[in-house]
Design a protein around this ligand. Structure first.
Ligand code: ADP
Ligand code: MG
Length: 257
């Protein structure tokens, strides 16, 4: 695989029982690229992100992160397993994920939500983790909320904490799974503004699942349209949204209007 690829799916197969969710799915993402996945519900979008976060294993093919395969060995049930926990841990630190349902720790303050993993997982000194957290809270516009608990915040604020928390681990790749789908419409904008700001950062690689088509169009270098566990069509936002070549893509885009 070439050096200029940070994420690669090579003929990845994922099954749940007899049901094939990903059907020899292949794609590559370059460092710094902003890629959006769109597609109907059940087409395998979340599964791709969950596989990258090693929340799911795979049944065939290879997933590479920074040129290294996530899984090597076949287990007795035919699924692939990590070569070692240490190897997985190391690759995992390259990736951060922002979930649809925020997934904040409810019993921790905003500040602690952000400093916890850097201190516990990366072994960062507390003062350094706190300084970094304060910078990130400024970035997401929540400096004045840092001593509150998640339930005292709006959904939009909670999701901005979720983004700061993911960034606190200094990932090379940030994954977003429908980050605004759980929000009331009036709170979507504040979260999209933060993500847009991150997208302008050249170093960060972003893989984002969203139903916000206009947003996808504005921030993406590339859009992949998923259908039934395969990439039905992909291209620049201009190509995909303005002149889709597949009838299935056109049909999907019409349904989102
Ligand atoms: P999307 O995010 O595109 O809506 P998903 O990746 O969540 O789709 O799911 C793809 C398909 O896999 C769906 O049909 C879903 O029901 C199925 N699926 C996802 N996770 C599981 C699971 N843990 N067990 C069984 N089926 C699952
Ligand atoms: Mg999903």
């Amino acid at each position: 695989m070439s050096e200029n690829v940070i994420i690669e799916f090579d003929k990845v197969v994922k099954r749940f029982g007899k049901y094939t969710v990903l059907d020899e799915l292949s794609f590559k993402i370059q460092p710094g690229e902003k890629v959006t996945i769109i597609g109907p519900s059940g087409s395998g979008k979340s599964t791709v992100l969950r596989i990258l976060m090693t929340l799911e294993t795979i049944n065939g093919g290879v997933v590479y992160v920074d040129g290294k395969p996530l899984w090597h060995e076949k287990a007795a049930d035919g699924s692939l397993r990590p070569a070692s926990e240490a190897h997985l841990r190391q690759l995992r630190t390259m990736l951060g994920m922002v979930f649809q349902q925020f997934n904040l720790f409810p019993h921790m303050t905003v500040l602690r939500n952000i400093t916890e993993a850097p201190v516990q997982v990366l072994g960062l000194p507390k003062a350094e983790a706190r300084q970094r957290a304060e910078e990130l809270l400024e970035l997401v516009g929540l400096t004045d909320q840092m001593h509150k608990y998640p339930h005292q915040l709006s959904g939009g604020q909670q999701q901005r904490v979720g983004i700061a928390r993911a960034l606190a681990m200094r990932p090379k790749v940030l994954l977003f799974d429908e980050p605004t789908s759980a929000l009331d419409p009036e709170l979507v904008g504040e979260v999209l503004r933060v993500i847009r700001r991150l997208a302008e950062e050249h170093d960060l690689t972003m893989l984002l699942v969203t139903h916000e088509m206009r947003f996808a169009r504005e921030i993406s270098d590339r859009v992949m349209f998923f259908d039934q566990g395969r990439i039905c069509e992909q291209g620049t936002p201009e190509q995909l949204f303005s002149s889709p070549t597949k009838e299935r893509t056109r049909e999907f885009l019409r349904s989102t209007l």
